[in-house]
Design a protein around this ligand. Structure first.
Ligand code: KMT
Ligand code: NI
Length: 172
């Protein structure tokens, strides 16, 4: 895992967009984000059971597995959204970028590679993209039934209860 300020320059979303200014784990923690590197799946299993995560699935995001809809999927994942639950992702192979909004509403880019696990709190605005390898194999962890509802940023999400609670918990 590596985190840095997104450069906001034009170019394909899958390019690194690294401004050269890094972001440390303390700052990520302030945003409510935790990241781990777990080469041993048993560590993932323990984390899942300690947080009451009962279900999981695997997704492979690549032109090979998705065919013609790959480019469209990649664009969709990149729409800024939030969830009403925390989001846990574990990278099984390949890599990708999660961009998360900072306190000042700038983008922090988090580069995830194989064996990286990230926990994002409910209510944080974020987006995802594959990188230039065009290959992300990830495990998605769910507490109950596999559900993944992205709420795209807009007037509604600003008022959303989970958004409000997120802001409160961050002291803002
Ligand atoms: C999300 O919430 O944007 C995703 O789950 C992206 C796909 S999983 C790497
Ligand atoms: Ni999401």
């Amino acid at each position: 895992m590596k985190a840095y300020w997104f450069d906001n320059l034009p170019g394909d979303q899958r390019e690194p967009h690294d401004s050269g200014r890094s972001v440390d784990a303390d700052y990520l923690a302030k945003l409510g984000i935790k990241a781990f590197n777990y080469p041993d799946i048993e560590d993932v299993n323990s984390l899942a059971s300690s947080r009451n995560y009962k279900n999981r699935d695997e997704i492979t995001i690549s032109p090979k597995t998705m065919g013609d809809v790959y480019e469209e999927k990649v664009k969709n994942f990149f729409h800024e959204h939030l969830h009403e639950d925390e989001e846990i992702r574990y990278i099984l192979d390949g890599g990708g970028f999660f961009d998360v909004r900072s306190e000042g509403d700038d983008w922090v880019r988090i580069k995830l590679e194989k064996n990286d696990l990230m926990i994002m709190p409910a209510g944080i605005y974020h987006r995802f993209t594959t990188d230039e390898q065009n290959y992300t194999k990830a495990m998605r962890l769910f507490k109950e039934d596999p559900k993944w509802t992205p709420l795209n940023r807009g007037e509604e999400t600003e008022k959303n209860q989970y958004r409000q609670e997120y802001l409160k918990s961050r002291g803002g």
